[in-house]
Write a protein of this length. Structure first.
Lengths: 113, 112
């Protein structure tokens, strides 16, 4: 079974803090994604990576950065957290050899106070 | 620009009913279409993926169909159970990208 894990299920941070969300997959997938999910807005893509050290902006990259130093790990960084970044963050991975079927982690519920 | 729509937004049915969830997309140039299930506060679970060359996929009580020419996909759930209660999302992968375009989901409640 494909396993995508996220470092925290729940996280509470203060405005202005630097926040790291970690995602690890164990299926040697080339592609990894970060989404946020908000009521009424659905899933929105923040960033994705199609290879180590490669990244591409999604629909809402402002206020976020990412890092992919190893194939299995994709980090989302909030340089200076703000209250409007309170959300559910979901990580996913996929491979073109399996028709890009995306597999998701359990999510991190981030609250910024 | 690809847009994915799911109707209805919410559905409540008695246990045992067969039901159909709808997904429509505006651009037929898709590589595949994927259906997911999401339980409250959890991540998404992949249910079925239909490649563009396929017409349908089946897994247990679930059957998903794809009609690219009309821009529609349906998820059929047979003999629904309370454990099927969740939000169901569809997502289309356009050609020349690895990204998915998601619908906003159908929230299903199956009551005993």
């Amino acid at each position: 079974d494909v396993k995508v894990t996220q470092s925290s299920r729940y996280l509470v941070k203060r405005t202005g803090e630097k926040v790291f969300l970690e995602c690890v997959q164990d299926m040697d997938h080339e592609n990894m994604f970060w989404y946020r999910q908000d009521p009424g807005l659905g899933l929105r893509l923040i960033y994705f990576s199609y290879d180590v050290k490669m990244k591409e902006k999604g629909d809402i990259p402002e206020g976020y950065s990412v890092s992919r130093e190893k194939k299995e790990r994709f980090s989302l960084i909030l340089e200076s957290a703000s209250t409007n970044q309170t959300s559910m963050y979901l990580c996913a991975s996929s491979s073109s050899t399996t028709y890009n079927e995306q597999f998701f982690g359990p999510g991190t519920r981030l609250t910024v106070l | 620009k690809q847009e994915v729509t799911q109707i209805p937004a919410a559905l409540s049915v008695p246990e045992g009913e067969n039901l159909v969830l709808n997904c429509s997309f505006t651009d037929s140039a898709i590589y595949n279409l994927q259906w997911f299930r999401q339980d409250p506060g959890k991540g998404l679970t992949s249910l079925l993926l239909i490649q563009s060359s396929q017409r349908e996929q089946t897994s247990g009580r679930l059957n998903a169909s794809l009609d690219k020419s009309s821009g529609r996909s349906t998820l059929y759930i047979a003999a629904s159970q309370p454990g099927d209660s969740a939000t169901y999302l569809c997502a289309a992968q356009p050609y020349n990208t690895d990204k998915l375009i998601f619908g906003t989901g159908t929230r299903l409640q199956v009551f005993p």
